[in-house]
Design a protein around this ligand. Sequence first.
Ligand code: DGL
Length: 284
Amino acid sequence: MPGWLCCPGFFPVTNPIGIFDSGLGGLTVYRALQKLLPHESLVYLGDTARVPYGTKSAPTVTEYSIENTEFLLERAAKIVVVACNTASAYAVPQLQAQFDVPIQGVLNPGAAHAATVTRNGHVGVIGTSGTIASDAYAQALRQINPDLQVTSQSCPLFVPLVEEGWLDRPETVSIAQTYLTPLLEAEVDTIILGCTHYPLLRAVIQQVVGESVTLIDSATATAEVVKDMLGRGGMLPPISANRDAGREHPAPTDHEFWVTDAPERFQRVGEIFLGHSLDNVRKV
Ligand code: DGL
């Protein structure tokens, strides 16, 4: 049993939650964590110098993920959340074997949520070329329920469309139709948005697939799992632990943003992502 689970107090509870992504897409996970765990400090690393991960090989993405985790541990993270789906698909088992802090990817929470909401047992998965090639979502879904049917589709143009802010252009709708038609033909009733950027295309994707198809956002499901892990490990800060006892003395929280390149761009596009100003963006 890992030390953090068997021994509450293994890490100071006021230490931050570490989050890393290949770039700024992981802000969707940051936002979900911030909403669900408002009394936690958060430290976010966007590997903007080496984005995208979605077209890179498993050994390369794993090497980058190890370096990102090391950085977050230097910032005293008590848990590391792998916000990037590609890194979650390729690197989480290696990170869990190598580091003595809890490591949580976005893949299993997203798969678990999809498995519970599908009505016809047929789930679609969309993601980067790397995530889809890894088959990790399909394996996770079948592990939960071997009877599930899974249809996967890589959507490599979605990330650049989001990065350009082309969230509802006619071109975006037409590309979405091309990618999503095979899933509709396969009659999936649930689709996992298996990439950090896809929640920003949610409106277009929903328009193309219709209201009868449920879209699963891994970010929200992951935040729920992280909250549960911290609770079980005795790692929630005092405000959450003591709310029932009526003591409302939260420790001061701090949100840090680190990038490996171009902090100004991260700040500018990140503010569009989050819908509020983003201070404190620093280069590693
Ligand atoms: N963060 C990546 C993911 O969720 C998308 C961007 C990239 O390819 O690096 O898979």
